[in-house]
Design a protein around this ligand. Structure first.
Ligand SMILES: [Zn+2]
Length: 129
């Protein structure tokens, strides 16, 4: 591996994204080439600087003044909302899906037909008498 082959791989190498044979080739080149070794250490320092800056920025970030009230209001609203629980052994969808749903619909339909027939029978008997 020469300097020109290595340059496009340097960022990936510094980020730890190069493995195996490719990593070995890069390491061998870095031991013999001071220019590329210097480029790698510059990249590593830049990476550390960016990480440090991000950490400092995140640590000093201040949420908006109203954020706390909004969060507490949302939590209170969620607390008042009833939680729907589904038994894991019989999920909601199992009650209303496929063959089970068809069977229930047939039973309900038969029940409705029987009730209507009974009502018609009762009405016709009361008219006859
Ligand atoms: Zn080199």
């Amino acid at each position: 591996m020469n300097c020109r082959d290595l340059r496009p791989l340097l960022a990936r190498y510094v980020d730890g994204e190069v493995e195996g044979y490719e990593q070995t080739l890069i390491q061998q080149h870095l031991m013999s080439c001071k220019t590329c070794a210097a480029a790698v250490s510059e990249l590593k320092m830049a990476r550390q600087r960016v990480q440090r800056e991000i950490k400092n920025w995140a640590a000093s970030a201040v949420p908006p003044a109203t954020a706390r009230e909004r969060l507490l209001a949302k939590l209170a609203a969620e607390k008042d909302t009833p939680v729907q629980t589904v038994r894991p052994d019989k999920p909601f969808s199992k009650h209303f899906s496929g063959a089970a749903l068809l069977t229930r619909m047939i039973w309900v339909g038969l029940l409705v037909i029987i009730i209507i027939a009974a009502l018609i029978f009762i009405l016709s008997m009361s008219k006859a008498s």
